[in-house]
Design a protein around this ligand. Sequence first.
Ligand SMILES: Nc1ncnc2c1ncn2[C@@H]1O[C@H](COP(=O)(O)OP(=O)(O)O)[C@@H](O)[C@H]1O
Ligand SMILES: [Mg+2]
Length: 258
Amino acid sequence: MPSMTPDVMISAQGIHKAFGGNEVLRGVSLDLLRGEVVAVIGPSGSGKSTFLRCLNHLETIDSGSVVVEGDVLAQNDASGKAHYVPEAQIRKIGHKMGMVFQSFNLFPHLTVLENLIEAPMLVKKMKRADIVPKAEALLKKVGLSEKRDAYPNRLSGGQKQRVAIARALAMDPDIMLFDEPTSALDPELTGEVLRTMRELANEHMTMLVVTHEMGFAREVANRVVFMDGGYIVEENAAEAFFANPQHERTRAFLQNML
Ligand SMILES: Nc1ncnc2c1ncn2[C@@H]1O[C@H](COP(=O)(O)OP(=O)(O)O)[C@@H](O)[C@H]1O
Ligand SMILES: [Mg+2]
């Protein structure tokens, strides 16, 4: 079904978010298109995680709008404050997005397979017989079939993160959000996780990736967004972004990353 206008998977407009008096997002707007991989980079504390968490309602926004595949999650009311849709709709929208965290967040008391099938069974009410083959296929895809019955504490960090990715995919999301998925890993383990993410990108998964991996951003992302101080300072097609950064802050940041 080819289409002239690309589908907007997430449209975030004018997002403001403060924690107490600390304004962490100061009007952040970003559209994520179907099949696009967008890398979000920027210094620590610039609001990258908060922005990601606002998209899937792990945080609430103060003002602005978030629309996911045409469904409004939140938008401003007449007074300019963000108003959220009812809980059932929030949940439905949440299921469109999978999220992978820096710290894996696997359930320690469940085996790898049980980690994958838990949410589809509890949240989506899928039958065990239907989800198990799918979970096994996902484990094969991330190269961890042999870890099916292992507990997370028997896995390396790279293996844990690949299980976390498979677990997110088991919910059949349309969009994957990654928050520094390799930052907690020993350097020799980042490659296997980045490879899995690259394969997802090759399959045209829509991905928003907060990362410090400049090689990944350059090679895999279509677009790169640089955040600093709660703003998007600069965004561009990946190649142009790295070849010709426009802002002094961007140049200084990239210099530091080399
Ligand atoms: N739950 C929270 N409560 C209070 N302050 C927070 C919370 N989460 C993030 N912050 C603050 O928001 C700012 C941006 O944090 P964050 O979004 O994690 O930045 P980044 O991911 O770019 O490092 C930081 O000053 C951080 O301390
Ligand atoms: Mg962060």
